[in-house]
Structures are given as structure tokens and as C-alpha cells.
Design a protein around this ligand. Structure first.
Ligand SMILES: *Cc1c(COP(=O)(O)O)cnc(C)c1O
Length: 413
């Protein structure tokens, strides 16, 4: 590919069907934000929505707000919206808790659905929280269960008749590898196992077909491509036929059949509602709803098409302009095997990411040597990709990354 000029890319932005979404976000003018896969940007409408919900609904209506504004219904109402982003049906998604807590609930539910099987299978380089949750769940069950970890590419082949549930990230948080959901889910089912997908790095960046793949269980994150805000609630999906059979190990009054009966005995609600535990975080749900509504306005196929075009452009420019400085591509080269992020590998990754951030280009670093760049297709432009690579080339050419101030590790990288 011949390198495009910046002017050609600006023309491409002008024609882009999704370009109108960028102005719906409050992005600082001096920043190129390639970290929306870690914390999504702020939708402009979120500020007004929060002011309304806090100022008017809470401030004026106080406890009546639970009924007047139907706050109680938010977890499932918002779940039905997210269902449209992940190819699930109404009543198959609940919005609650964090991704970590939802993993715990769904893994324990999966074990209860396959009592004769004793193995949770996952990838050995999964996002750490996914592994910690599985480790402690297995330990807490008294020694009969095990967590079996294999390289991600070997998960499908490692499912045997001891595996109760296989858990995999749809898009790997570090490499950006996109796993074929249909093929791996079918492999799990062929061996009688359940399949649990972590959609944290794919939801909001591409169409997902949970029902189309007959996936059993899934979780996903609200603060990445869904732009729900720092620590936004997460979601959990349970395929309809399983819902009334699951017995998650964590229960609370919001998942009771009749919370306001104050019944002393837990009787699970019918359907997806039994995944709810505590009182809905109304302010956080309101903010998340704004992000989800924005995505529902976009055509998801168009979103994926742009995401692929952005990552292809970044890789082409990096090949042409950065290889000479010792960068290597750490993400799959085939676009069909890649999510909406590109990772480069470099021995001095950390100070390079810091020096880049000092120039307003925000990516992040994952040990030991990964520079990670996310391309949220709703608000990243083609010219941003060009400018980011130019800044990276300049950081290397000038040796700016060698400044001692860039070596000091911040608490959140
Ligand atoms: C971001 C992410 C999480 C986040 O979990 P929290 O409980 O929200 O902190 C979990 N798993 C994966 C794969 C992620 O990418």
C-alpha cells in the first residue's frame, strides 16, 4: 500500500458515514485519544442526563423516584438495549455489578448446570480478573474442581467431557486477537460443555451474534466501547433456556421473586432478573444508558467496517514509518482476526507511551513490552491515526522517550 497523505485522510473523514458521531463526544481538542478500549470518552449528553437524574429525579422526588422514574426497572431496561448490541433477545441481558462479579455469578451458575463435571477451562493469558475469579471460585468449592488453563488458541481443542464451562475473551485485551465465537461455541457444545464469552473488548466495537452462535453465557464491560463512564456497571447474558435453571452462588434481594415481600427465604426471580444482587446504581446506569443509546444510533456493520479500516491504516503506517525504530506488530495482521485495537511491541514500551502521552497521544502500556492503541470507531478519525503515527515517529527520531521523567511508573498505566 502506498502511504496516504494527511489530506487524503481528511477527505476520507469528510465522507465517513460515522463522522457525525465525533461531535457527540466531549473530547479535549489537544488530545488524540487511543485509549477508548480502556475508558471510553464522555458523551456530551451524559452531563445533562446526570444533572437531570441527580438534580431533579433524586433531588426533588427523593424516594418516590424509585416508582415515579422507574429506577427499579433500569437494570433490565438497559439490558434489553445492550441485548441489541450483542445479538441477544429481550430479557436475556441484565446490567449490574462489575464484570468481575458477573463472571463469578455466571461461572458458579455454569458449574451448577453441569454438576457431574469439575473443570473450568480458560486461556492462560486471560485478563487477570477473569482468572482470579475462577481461581477463588474453584478453591472455595472444597477441592473437587479445577481451573485448567491453556493458550487461547488451544481452548477449543482442550474441551473434553470433564469441562463444565469454557471461558474466553472474545477479543484478547493484550494482543487484540478476535476469536471465532461461532466455531468455539460449537466446539464446546459438541463436548457437552457450556461456553462463557467475555465481551469486554468487543461490545460496542463490532456486531456480536450471541444468539446466532447459540452462546450460553456472556459478560461485558460498560466503561470501554460503551462509553458508560469510569466504573460503569457491567452486563451479564444468559441464554433464555438456561435462565430458570441457573443457581448463581451470589444472591441478593433484587434477584428475589418479590423483593418487597421481605421474605426470609430466597426464592429466585424468574428469568434474567435472578442475576441482580443489590440496589441498582441509578446514577451510573443513567450515564451508561446515554453511551448505549449513542451506539444504538450507529449501524454496527458500518462501525466494524470503520474499525477495520482504522486498524489497517495504523498498521500500514507503522510498517512504513516505525519498523526502523524496533517496533514489531503484536496483534494479528489479518483484519478478520483482530478487534478494534493494535498492539506494538518495543523493549522501551513504557517510556515511549509516556513520551507520546506528553504530546497528547494517549495509548497505554501492558507489561512486559506492549504498547496498546484502541480505535473507537465512533470518535476516532483517519487523520488521528496519521497524527498518532507521526507523533510516535517523532518521539523515536528525537529520542524524547529517553527523558528520565518518562521512566517513573504511574499507578494506573
Ligand atoms: C476490562 C475487563 C474487565 C474489567 O473487569 P471489572 O470488574 O470491570 O474491573 C474484565 N475482563 C476483561 C477481559 C476486561 O477486558
Amino acid at each position: 500500500m502506498t502511504e496516504p497523505t494527511r489530506a487524503q485522510l481528511a477527505a476520507r473523514d469528510a465522507e465517513d458515514a460515522l463522522s457525525r458521531f465525533r461531535e457527540r463526544f466531549a473530547l479535549p481538542a489537544s488530545v488524540i485519544y487511543l485509549d477508548g478500549n480502556s475508558l471510553g470518552a464522555l458523551p456530551r449528553a451524559t452531563l445533562g442526563r446526570l444533572a437531570r437524574v441527580a438534580g431533579r429525579e433524586w433531588g426533588e422526588d427523593l424516594i418516590a423516584g424509585w416508582t415515579t422514574h422507574d429506577w427499579m426497572a433500569m437494570p433490565l431496561r438497559l439490558g434489553d438495549k445492550i441485548a441489541r448490541l450483542v445479538g441477544a433477545g429481550a430479557g436475556e441481558v441484565a446490567v449490574c455489578d462489575s464484570t468481575s462479579v458477573n463472571l463469578f455469578k455466571l461461572l458458579s451458575a455454569a458449574l451448577s448446570l453441569r454438576p457431574e463435571r469439575r473443570v473450568i477451562l480458560s486461556q492462560d493469558d486471560n485478563f487477570p480478573t477473569d482468572m482470579y475469579v475462577a481461581q477463588r471460585l474453584v478453591e472455595s468449592l472444597g477441592g473437587d474442581h479445577t481451573l485448567r488453563l491453556v493458550p487461547a488458541a488451544e481452548v477449543a481443542g482442550a474441551i473434553d467431557d470433564e469441562v463444565a464451562v469454557a471461558m474466553l475473551s472474545h477479543v484478547d485485551y493484550r494482543s487484540g486477537r478476535l476469536h471465532p465465537m461461532d466455531r468455539i461455541t460449537a466446539a464446546a457444545h459438541a463436548r457437552g460443555a457450556l461456553m462463557l464469552w467475555d465481551l469486554s473488548h468487543s461490545v460496542g466495537a463490532m456486531p456480536i451474534e450471541l444468539a446466532g452462535c447459540a452462546a450460553d453465557l456472556a459478560v461485558g464491560c460498560g466503561y470501554k466501547y460503551l462509553n458508560g463512564g469510569p466504573g460503569a456497571p457491567a452486563f451479564a447474558y444468559v441464554a433464555r433456556p438456561l435462565q430458570d435453571e441457573i443457581r448463581p452462588a451470589l444472591a441478593g434481594w433484587m434477584g428475589h421473586r418479590a423483593p418487597f415481600d421481605f421474605d426470609g427465604r430466597y426464592r429466585p426471580a424468574a428469568g434474567i432478573a435472578r442475576l441482580l444482587v443489590g440496589t441498582p446504581p441509578v446514577l451510573a446506569l443513567a450515564a451508561l444508558e446515554v453511551g448505549v443509546d449513542l451506539l444504538l444510533e450507529a449501524d454496527l456493520a458500518e462501525l466494524r467496517r470503520k474499525s477495520v479500516a482504522l486498524t489497517e491504516l495504523f498498521i500500514a503506517l507503522a510498517d512504513a514509518r516505525l519498523a526502523r525504530y524496533g517496533f514489531e506488530l503484536a496483534s494479528p495482521r489479518a483484519p478478520g482476526e483482530r478487534g478494534s485495537q493494535v498492539c506494538l511491541r518495543h523493549r522501551e514500551g513504557y517510556p515511549i507511551v509516556r513520551a507520546l502521552a506528553a504530546r497528547g497521544v494517549i495509548g497505554d502500556f501492558r507489561p512486559p513490552d506492549i504498547l496498546r492503541f484502541g480505535f473507537a470507531p465512533l470518535y476516532i478519525r483517519y487523520v488521528d491515526v496519521w497524527d498518532a503515527v507521526a507523533a510516535l515517529a517523532e518521539v523515536m527520531e528525537t529520542g524524547a522517550w529517553r527523558e528520565p521523567e518518562f521512566r517513573h511508573r504511574a499507578a494506573v498505566t
